[in-house]
Ligand binder design. Sequence first.
Ligand code: BTN
Length: 332
Amino acid sequence: MVLSNREKIIQLLAQNMHTYVSGQWLSDQLGISRTAVWKQMKHLKEDGYHFKAVPNKGYRLIDMPDKVSENTLFWGLDTDVLGQMLEYHDQLTSTQDLAHTRARENKPDGYLIVANSQTNGRGRLHRAFRSENKNGAWFSFILRPELSPVEAQKITLLTAVSLVRTIKQKTTLEPKIKWPNDILIGDKKLAGILTEMQAEQDQIHYMVIGVGVNINQRLEEFPEELRQTVTSLLVETDERFKRRYFIQDFLKHFEALYRTLLTDGFKSIKQEWEKHAFKLGETLDYRLGKEEKTGVFVDIHDSGALLIEHEGKTERLYSADIHWFKGDKSGC
Ligand code: BTN
């Protein structure tokens, strides 16, 4: 990748955020004059970069704007594999679609695709996932796990726990996981997860994990028909968050949990999931085949299925036939 002088300066400053670098050192590194460096610094300030400038010491980068790009996502990304190869696009139809294409082109485990906006974002059950807005975090990554297809649901639950950890690291909110793939604040949806895979009977070729998180949208920025049911971190906390840090921190949590899954199994992840499960222990209406039933949500099975106790029997639900909210007969 050929970097412009501006990008090189940002990169050098970002790599040295713990210390001061002098204008002379920057000009030597770039082979440009001190005046040219000074001009670039002035432009960066105007673009929202914050520096501390100390005479005889130089500049130290304190903060960058909420700019998501391949560079800003990469700097400070503290993972071993996840996101170490990545693509950023200002607009895509869906990061899922491109991730599938890249997986078929043999891109490796952990390959990440991030979009500033999606024109055709999708959710589970072929539903649309509205993500045209540029204030959310919309991304997908490729996994090539050595798991059997029946275990794939564990990855969805693990993703949900990674999101909970990320949200709790940044806020005092109490996120809940609505089985299997939504993150709620109260009863409003903050984030969704879409797990897709290419597999044979006993082998996963690859998985694409898609994550959409509402970060800095104000309520009026959501489509009108969603305003009763969705929320964002900004709406909940009155604070703006840097989307790239959210993505980076999420990837770090995911990688740690994924390692736990592969080395120690699912038990501790399941326990953490249960601590945050929406309506665990409560009575729910659900549909099984053609029958409408009522039972108590008692647990999740190791396979990731939801366990409901009904008339002394425990039923395993894999599909989305739970009516989570009063009057909701559609399941979700
Ligand atoms: C759901 O709510 O049912 C899941 C939503 C998943 C949305 C994410 S956003 C990034 C990735 N690209 C998509 O088109 N969908 C996922």
